[in-house]
Design a protein around this ligand. Sequence first.
Ligand SMILES: [Zn+2]
Length: 383
Amino acid sequence: MFKRIFKFFLKLLRNFIVTFIFCEFLIYYVVIYQCNYKSVDNENINDGLKAMILADTHMLGPFKGHPFDRLRREWQMKRSFQTAMQIFKPDVVFILGDVFDEGNWVNDKQYQEYVDRFHTLFYVPSTTRLYAILGNHDVNFHYAMHPHLVNRFSKAFNFTSGVNLIREKKVTADGTKRIVNFVTINSMAMEGDECYLCHQAKEALKSIGKKLEILKQKNRHSPPFVMQHFPTYRNSDENCIEIDSENTDITVYREKWEVLSKSASEFIAKTIEPRGYFSGHTHRYCMYGNDYGIYEHTIASFNWRNINMPSFLLAVFTPDDYSISKCDMPKETTVIICYIVGTIMPIIFAIINCKYPMRNLVRNFLRFSLIRIKFSPAAGLSG
Ligand SMILES: [Zn+2]
């Protein structure tokens, strides 16, 4: 009896270990491996600048959520990010804001712990550049956005946040150096008034516009991509060309809350004439042809706390063209179903077996009797 119980528990343990390895490690490879960079017309894919773009990681801080919730979400994000880094090896990674969930609440000591945790989760090798863009959860909205919050974010990521021109260089197989331009924008400073950070952001954007104009006159121009937290103005996701299959409900967006104001969107479009926009903040994916005739990709949250099936983008950029692939991550519901099938179901079957021992006894007795009848010499003669 003891031996049977021991064997049963060994079986349960084996099931649990196999399920755990699948749900916590292998599933990330199985799902993420299905995605890949898309080629750009007439280009060798390795000559383009390879980028991975994600948004709204919302790492929990000391105030909100249960510690288990924090542990679970950070493990999922770490596994997804590191698996993707291993498979796709991008040249550059952009995180489009709301890196931290409580970045605007924590003190400097807590912030440092936050940043250390971030670098463990989103570790990149020295050959990859990582740019983190400001979100409202990192520095707060408009007047609540103190310069100290912006400065410590810049210091943490070794990158001047706010409004910046990034000129990414890519050397092709034949040794040609090519530049792809990106403009990072502090969306919360795009209020159009004369608040300190808003004024600074407006002037920085104008100066980038002039720099791009000079490059255009020298025939060294490649229109930039906007990387920002808030999407440019749209009324809702009703007119999205592509959208998450699971999040199809229509919410009306408010200017300066869910999306940039009409005037800020127009200011960006006219000042730097981008050829593409990337944004986050709404937590769901939308590919949209915006009011200026340019495609905008709003990226879903990278955190399962906000969405059942998070996703990120892979992009290949050249000075004249680009391609985008949307990569889904494992569904939370799939992981739960795997755990149920792999560990809970065998326990339920075992309980059913224990609950009806008489049925098993009768079944075994009948099976034994039939074998005896089949093999007894009398049974052979009478047949
Ligand atoms: Zn946000």
